[in-house]
Design a protein around this ligand. Structure first.
Ligand code: TXA
Ligand code: MG
Length: 326
């Protein structure tokens, strides 16, 4: 069992000491919970890969304290300042060229590094106390659904880590938008999130390319592994679920966008938002997937949410949950 610390001056001081001594600490962010180590400490970062059973080719995101100058760890990019001004601290991760101070293990040996300044106040207090960037992937076993509460982290990794900082349920519930800005003429979204393509285009005043998700096996690249965020229950994604289906298949879980009006609300019927609100749907998505896993259904059939706004990121996660290598 890990110890779950609530936010207090004492716990922030203790956890910051642990991090500086090379230990791992699970941390709250506004997107999902992360598993943090000091980014300049390669041995500590190596432990992240061990604990998550994460393949070494999948690089980590480096989280910055408010006020930290990204030039300390990365080469300047003309797109960074306007994006940081508008979206940091917040759920936007930028892929930039790295400086040698970032150890190879963090970036899987690549010349680029993914950086983000999170806005969760409790995580920011810990970052400020440490005074150093913290490398942190989502705090889940590799490939499983990301955690959005301290209890999720305890459930999956409690026997492998000693400390979890509790900052309440993650507000957004979906991982950050990842934007590669190394080529200023062709900024590219590697993972959709709550900061939208249209928001980014407005700030940069240029067209942004969205990498296609769920690539074929031979095309798999860091940040774009097809199978990811997957519940244990074999999952399928449909445009529409026939309202007659759930009553015919009680061992299959059905996940709708909104609360289905016409249905008998049986135990195999789930929904993401009672009021058809995409933000609420994003907030609850991973909780629902975990709930369905715990209940032990044979199969999960999910319905796509409207593909606009944050719905694009929700459908991306649902598609990855249902991804099969062929
Ligand atoms: O919201 C988030 O981004 C959360 C919180 C904890 O900050 N973190 C998160 O980390 O989702 P992770 O490791 O689960 O997902 C990060 C993704 C990975 O798929 C990784 O391959 C990609 O970012 N990534 C990291 N560094 C990269 C780089 N240099 N180039 C391309 N992709 C990169
Ligand atoms: Mg992850």
């Amino acid at each position: 069992m890990a110890t779950i610390f609530s936010d207090s001056d004492e716990s922030i001081a203790l956890l910051s000491r642990k991090l500086l001594e090379g230990e791992l600490v699970a941390v709250p962010t506004e997107t999902v919970y992360g598993l943090a180590a000091v980014a300049f400490n390669p041995e500590a970062c190596a432990k992240i890969f061990e604990v998550k059973e994460r393949p070494s080719f999948d690089p980590l995101i480096v989280h910055l304290p408010i006020g930290f100058d990204p030039k300390q760890i990365s080469n300047p990019s003309p797109l960074l300042a306007p994006l940081a001004e508008k979206f940091w601290p917040g759920p936007l991760t930028l892929v930039v060229e790295k400086k040698p101070i970032i150890p190879d293990i963090v970036t899987s040996g690549m010349d680029s590094v993914a950086i983000r300044m999170p806005r969760h106040p409790v995580f920011q207090r810990l970052l400020k106390k440490c005074g150093k960037p913290l490398a942190a992937p989502s705090a889940n076993p590799f490939g499983y659904v990301s955690p959005t509460t301290a209890a999720h982290v305890e459930e999956n990794l409690g026997d492998r880590i000693s400390s979890i900082l509790d900052g309440g349920p993650s507000e957004i519930g979906l991982e950050s938008t990842i934007l590669d800005i190394r080529n200023p003429d062709q900024p590219k979204i590697l993972r959709p999130g709550s900061i939208l393509k249209t928001d980014l285009e407005k700030v940069l005043n240029r067209k942004i390319f969205l990498s296609k998700t769920a690539p074929k096996k031979q095309e798999i690249m860091p940040g774009q592994t097809g199978k990811h965020y997957s519940p244990k229950t074999p999952s399928f994604l449909l445009d529409r679920i026939d309202p007659d289906e759930p009553s015919k298949n009680p061992k299959t879980a059905y996940l709708f966008f909104n609360k289905p009006e016409s249905l008998n609300l049986a135990e195999n019927v789930f929904w993401l938002s009672e009021k058809e609100n995409l933000l609420e749907a994003g907030h609850f998505l991973f909780e629902r997937l975990r709930q369905i896993d715990r209940a032990g259904f044979r199969k999960l059939i999910a319905e796509k949410v409207p593909n606009s706004g944050i719905g694009i990121a929700i459908n991306d996660r649902l598609r990855r949950a249902a991804f099969r290598e062929t």
